[in-house]
Design a binder for this molecule. Structure first.
Ligand code: GLY
Length: 475
């Protein structure tokens, strides 16, 4: 067995906080097109319109984790992914009603060519100009708020009645739903539900090995493991400590992060999806569940590692967390195809015929935009440039309406995948996501291959939001 405890993670020639690595530079030096502020605002307008169009379908229900033939089925609030849709609604609410945004939009839209009345436009008549949402901001803000609060009640019910909460994904569920509701509206019931969710997550902490057990019955043989995705569940615990004054939550989060940083990131910066511990607390081995095979590079796991490590740094600014961020990012960049959107497992390349996972690109863009806050200016600028390149590519090639919000250069006029600008109710935002693809070597059930994914849509909106205003994070 590899001696994990003695593994050195540091490239001794690199200072923590220095993203001056060759891949990052190469990406920027190729001078790829970056999304501009104005284009990001327009893209967000169009995303918000689709959220509005989808409200009637998913206010009394949740949205399925992924679409089926391009349309999300409605589902009960039982999946690990149900928090992303209310998160999108809150981002939409912020977009239409924040004072910052109105200022930006006033400037941007001063000379906007409003072809149609805004009511018609928001109802889905796609030929309307992208700027028209502004005029009806308050009306739609109330619809967004009411829908998100209704969903928040279903999250209260879910945690109070312990419905499908015997797993670690309390952060994915409760951060973009109830924590967002609390931060944005001060709703006490949402706050209480999120604290209960943090308590629920705490029941899964394993003292021996110091980690949150991801799935399965606690302590059962074959289930003694955590997964890299869990880094995204931990901001819920930091928030719980902050709001209650009880340090237990953040202490457990820190201990899990220490374990995860030690074992989940391989020497080359790639990541294991899942990591097993022995019952005595010593490390056992990495395995995949949703990647192609145990030693391959599941794209979304890598993306969770990039964003999760920089969020870990936000709450506990240890230089080694930024160093891990850099190394995970460097590996991710080294495996990207030309359009900066990874194949679902980064072991694949262009001739593989394998589908992409666009959601990974949206998650990494959020990580890069978060990292700007902690890096020297030059390095922060590079991260932002890279995020803008990724978001340009996502908007241009991975939305059906991309061409409408990018500048009308000859190259951009025909962008957007299908040229069909009328996305139906139930459609998502970001095409070509992959939830779980079965391989001969992995243990997942195949679902949501080359479809919209609920988190892909959410993180695409979050990344655009981060570009358009000084956003107060839900995480
Ligand atoms: N957290 C599971 C996934 O990313 O699919």
């Amino acid at each position: 067995m590899e001696d994990f405890s003695s593994r050195s993670f540091g490239n001794k020639n690199k200072k923590a906080g220095n993203v001056n690595n060759s891949n990052l530079n190469d990406c920027i030096l190729t001078n790829r097109r970056q999304i501009s502020d104005q284009e990001a605002l327009s893209a967000l307008d169009l995303a918000v319109k689709q959220v509005k169009k989808n409200l009637p379908l998913y206010t009394d229900h949740c949205q399925n984790h992924s679409s089926v033939n391009g349309i999300y089925p409605a589902c009960d609030n039982v999946q690990w992914t149900c928090g992303f849709w209310p998160g999108e609604i809150w981002l939409a609410w912020e977009h239409v009603c924040s004072a910052d945004n109105l200022d930006i939009n006033n400037q941007r839209r001063a000379g906007a060519d409003k072809k149609k009345d805004s009511d018609e436009c928001i109802a889905g008549q796609e030929e309307c100009s992208a700027g028209s949402l502004f005029a009806c901001a308050s009306e739609y803000a109330e619809e967004f708020r009411a829908a998100a609060m209704k969903l928040s009640e279903s999250f209260e019910y879910r945690i109070e009645n312990k419905i499908e909460v015997d797993h670690h994904d309390m952060g994915f569920l409760y951060t973009p739903s109830c924590v967002a509701a609390w931060k944005l509206t001060g709703d006490e019931k949402a706050r209480n539900a999120a604290i209960l969710a943090a308590d629920q997550l705490m029941t899964r902490f394993q003292e021996k090995g110091e980690f949150f057990q991801a799935w399965g019955k606690l302590g059962e043989p074959g289930t003694y493991r955590y997964i890299i995705d869990c880094l995204m569940n931990l901001p819920l615990l930091y928030w719980a400590s902050e709001t209650t004054g009880d340090p237990r939550y953040q202490e457990a989060a820190r201990r899990h992060i220490t374990t995860c940083m030690r074992y989940s990131f391989r020497a080359d910066g790639s990541t294991y999806h899942t990591f097993f511990m022995n019952q005595d607390g010593t490390p056992s081995h990495g395995e995949t569940c949703q990647g192609y095979k145990d030693d391959s590079f599941w794209a979304r796991g890598q993306a969770w590692g990039v964003y999760g490590s920089v969020l870990s740094y936000r709450y506990d600014p240890k230089p080694e967390y930024l160093e891990i961020f850099h190394r995970a990012l460097e590996f991710y960049l080294s495996r990207l195809p030309e359009d900066l959107v990874p194949y679902w497992d980064m072991v694949f390349s262009d001739d593989s015929g394998e589908p992409r996972d666009s959601s990974s690109a949206a998650i990494v863009a959020c990580g890069l935009l978060e990292a700007r806050r902690y890096l020297p200016q030059k390095e922060a600028d590079k991260c932002e440039a890279l995020a803008r390149q990724m978001l340009y590519s996502l908007t241009k090639k991975y939305t059906i309406w991309g061409g409408r919000c990018l500048s009308e250069t000859d190259d951009d006029k025909n962008c957007g995948e299908s040229g069909n600008l009328a996305s139906p109710p139930g459609a998502g935002l970001l095409l070509h996501g992959t939830y779980s693809k079965k391989s001969p070597y992995n243990t997942c059930t195949e679902e949501g291959v080359d479809e919209y994914t609920s988190w892909g849509d959410y993180f695409y909106m979050e990344a655009l939001t981060r570009l358009t205003r000084d956003w107060k994070s839900y995480w």
